[in-house]
Design a protein around this ligand. Structure first.
Ligand SMILES: [Zn+2]
Ligand SMILES: [Zn+2]
Length: 95
């Protein structure tokens, strides 16, 4: 049996995912199983996408909107007082 990519090379096994014959160079060993490089790339891409989804889930924006609004709301009276205070000062300065 020859490697699918390197026809001159003898395959040392088959990919556990797609079943293609793979040589020592094409073989990627993951958790004791042989995979071809194409499958590893594919699996890795899928894993990355899954990770991204998981991250998006973890940082669910709705979880932040509530507390953020509460913080803003709690600061609003203070901000208003500051702004009013400053304008009062300015008015006092010019009068
Ligand atoms: Zn494969
Ligand atoms: Zn090969």
């Amino acid at each position: 049996m020859k490697c699918e990519k390197h026809l001159e090379r003898e395959a040392i096994g088959v990919c556990a995912n797609c079943g293609k014959a793979i040589c020592a160079e094409c073989r990627v060993n993951i958790e004791g199983k042989n995979y071809c490089k194409d499958c590893v790339c594919e699996l890795f891409e899928e894993e990355k996408k899954a990770d991204l989804k998981l991250v998006m889930k973890k940082f669910d924006i709705t979880l932040f909107i509530g507390p953020a609004l509460a913080i803003i709301a709690s600061f609003l009276p203070w901000v208003t007082v500051q702004i009013l205070g400053i304008t009062k000062d300015i008015n006092a300065f010019y009068s």
